[in-house]
Design a protein around this ligand. Sequence first.
Ligand code: G4P
Length: 534
Amino acid sequence: MTDIIASASNLPPEIARRRTFAIISHPDAGKTTLTEKFLLFGGAIQMAGQVRAKGEARRTRSDFMQMEKDRGISVSASAMSFDFGPYRFNLVDTPGHSDFSEDTYRTLTAVDAAVMVIDGAKGIESQTQKLFEVCRMRDLPILTFCNKMDRESRETFDIIDEIQENLAIDVCPASWPIGSGRDFLGCYDLLQDRLELMDRADRNKVAESIEINGLDDPQLAQHVPAELLEKLREEIEMARALLPAFDHQAMLDGTMTPIWFGSAINSFGVKELMNGIAKFGPEPQPQAASPRAVHPEEKKVTGFVFKVQANMDPKHRDRVAFVRLASGHFKRGMKLTHVRTKKPMAISNPVLFLASDRELAEEAWAGDIIGIPNHGQLRIGDTLTEGEVIRATGIPSFAPELLQGVRSGDPLKGKHLEKALMQFAEEGAAKVFKPAFGSGFIVGVVGALQFEVLASRIELEYGLPVRFEPSQFTSARWATGGKAAIEKFEAANKQHIAHDHDGDIVFLTRLQWDIDRIGRDYPDVTLTATKEMM
Ligand code: G4P
């Protein structure tokens, strides 16, 4: 098991050394702490505590708003690049709150792997499960980190069983914990045959490693008390008999996850996990696109926008489009073609996100995430190429689950409201529908908290107080079909028709019955709950 290092790559070395991944977890499992330790060991920050906002308050609503207001923080946290030995890690942040699942989904289209963090006492929680399902839809490789082993946690076999059963994925232990809670000593590293002992005195110190010649090595007894050692030997013997052996290909296919045990706050197990990401990867993967997939080793640059963050500085109304480079070697100042509008764009001030700083990206390679400041030209799903007409696919937009009308507190500022709403629609923060009948807009979101965030941002960024109010509709579906069929459908269902910010036709209703009726009455019209962004 020791030498299952990623086989020699066919990619150019600059690309092969990149690892682009996200962390998925339930709130409180330790994502922030782990991120911070990654940065610390990656040499991107000098001291723990630089990334973290303070304590529980960070997750309360008011603080969430504060974070939204303080665009600097959330942006630098959106993508972070740092080196780990010869590797370049690009860590893309997934929004923590469950209300932002659509944004999360799109973020996961920009990564090649995910690290799943679970709390050793709590196991798989609701948000972990949901995010895992999203990863599964894309067969993303997943590496698991079982955190907080310094506290009382569940039995190791129980944790592994729970993951296997709830997530239907094979689990292979990469390390095995010794003791638990106050008696937690460290782990036996099953991949390297090493003993890793946790240092409780210095939380930022990397654990001491002791080379061990298998489980019968007498050295073990010098470090592990007899009782714990006996349990460790028994458990590992059982684990080897009952659990699948590590299979790199199965991990890359997303059917097996290696699991490391540790304690992020004590910096324990983090390096082993980082080594796992480095060794097992994967390296940058091909991007699904139409009419052909894009391969990272292609000489020409291709990138796609998976996230747009607007008004980072409310005074300047600038936006940053987050672009995942799918191929090539990008250099600052390059002229790329914006495929949707067919216009050239000179990318003169792209940014790379290094821990809490942004800096100009002089160059970037396939696998990297760069930020491109712009005035609204770049939208989610857009593709940039060196001229070829190609479109990234698989970046969906989901039908909102909650719909509300929106009123401006100042009726004279209708245009301002429209502008604000369109901007949020382009940013992907909400769906905005303009009904064909009557005036005003219907705003659709995935989670209720988003209405509050929108209201606060419209007020903050546009100086416009707004009120969201119940709408007569509860569901939205995109309608597609031949021209004649669509025209007939539109004419006969006017009070249900609206257009989204791209001008696409949407059917609004409060009854599933209506949706079924359209299916029967208009066989040439298709109603869908997702649309590809482009
Ligand atoms: P999140 O981003 O996934 O929401 O989790 P975060 O890292 O913020 O961690 C949640 C809480 O768990 C924090 O405590 C953090 O200190 C703690 N924690 C993280 N890793 C470990 C670990 O390995 N062991 C133990 N015992 N605790 C851990 P908090 O009280 O909410 O915040 P704070 O007061 O420590 O800042």
